[in-house]
Design a protein around this ligand. Sequence first.
Ligand SMILES: [Mg+2]
Length: 287
Amino acid sequence: MSSMETNKRGPMTIAVSEILLINMEKPGVAFPFIKALVNVNDHFHELYPDSEFPFHIALMTKNQAQKQRLRNHLNKLGLSQVSIHQDDYSSKPEPKVLYLSEDPGKAEEAIKTGHAAAIMFPNDMGNQWNEDRELCVAFDGDGVLFSDECEIVYVEEGMEAFKQNEKDKEDIAIEKGPLKCFLEALSDLQNKLPSESWSKVQTYLVTSRNPLISGTRALKTLTTWQVDISQAFFVSRAPKASLLATIRPHIFFDDKRTHIDKARELGVISAHVPYGKGYATEGACKK
Ligand SMILES: [Mg+2]
């Protein structure tokens, strides 16, 4: 992709609620992810001092009166580039926002408004504390990067109809899902970095699609969108959680409660995307 095309899409805002970043005066569950984004911004700035950061990171608070206290905390955590805002991003028509909240209602509202959004769990303690490593993000496919159009066929008409649908539409890109814009931003960034820095950003597709039957359409869709993914795993009926525990992403996005619950049990920091057929039937995960 050319740098002109890369620049066109502009920076993305990552809005994270206070308790996910600073929980009871300590680093919250989203801290490793946010710190890795800050490191990526810093690295980008070293390479291109005149360019804007690729990610604007905003802490969302309900208590603006505590702004100075929060500012001190952020500075202590090495997050001085994070800005502080009133917690109302979900309803604003910002062009490109990933909104992370512990409140299912707010994340649902953000998705309905057309943003990328997910629910995180403040009491989770991932297995990767104190690790200062490269940014690593794992995405589910259907209902996350892609819309739930194929999931609807599966749920309403069964597996055989799903397989036939994927075969018939193999060369037609799947409609975009709520997290497409975030993968796009990460892919744009990878394309802007010199090759020796590519490992600074690692993206994974971890989907239950089958590599032989329905995986091809997923990969063709990403090619049509002109977005890159570092690695794609088509696990079919195998569990996602054990693979994710090996990848140890800073954050894993999925729309299905079962996948999220199992990943969390293995200490994978997970974010539940409140979108589509899967979420509508299963509802939000327990805190
Ligand atoms: Mg899914």
